[in-house]
Design a protein around this ligand. Sequence first.
Ligand code: MG
Length: 207
Amino acid sequence: MTRIQPSKIVCVGRNYAKHAAELGNDVPVEPLIFLKPPSSLVFEGDDIVLPQGAGRVDFEGEIGVIIGRRARNVAAADAWDCVEALIAVNDVTARDLQRTDGQWTRAKGFDSFCPVGTPIPLAEVDRSALGVRTRVNGEVRQDGPASDMVFDIPAIIAHISSIMTLEPGDLIATGTPDGIGPLSAGDEVVVEIVGVGSVTNRVVAGH
Ligand code: MG
């Protein structure tokens, strides 16, 4: 299994209208971005650890993009040329802390809060039919086509690369569709880029 080592993990918030609505938020007028620390990464089969006292912790299944070459001020029309692979991402989120903190570093940044699968080379992917599906204990909880994204993947790359240089290996998490929900110790959560690749993790209580 390839274990990615991004210099940064850039995430897009509220990028599916129905997900924004389910949390009582409007869709942003430009991509809303935040960072997760690389120390939050875990891999196939690793545990998602619920931090003690953090309150509600949610799964967020997302399509991840792995950058293949340095990207700075890339036009959307050229953005796919900068992509090396896609990867299933679970943007695990301490929902209560996200609300109370006002900024998202803690809520998104705990160790184990970024499970990722194996990178799937872009050349092996049908980009015209992307979607992400999340199952918890075998039950489908999220099933969102990428065509529902407010900002598509090229627009996201163009936007982020206008702010910060994207380095080879960097990971972008492109937002979650509706259906997010809380995780409990003992749950098994699977995020799948449908027909492309997935990541499976067990949830455990922290001490
Ligand atoms: Mg997310």
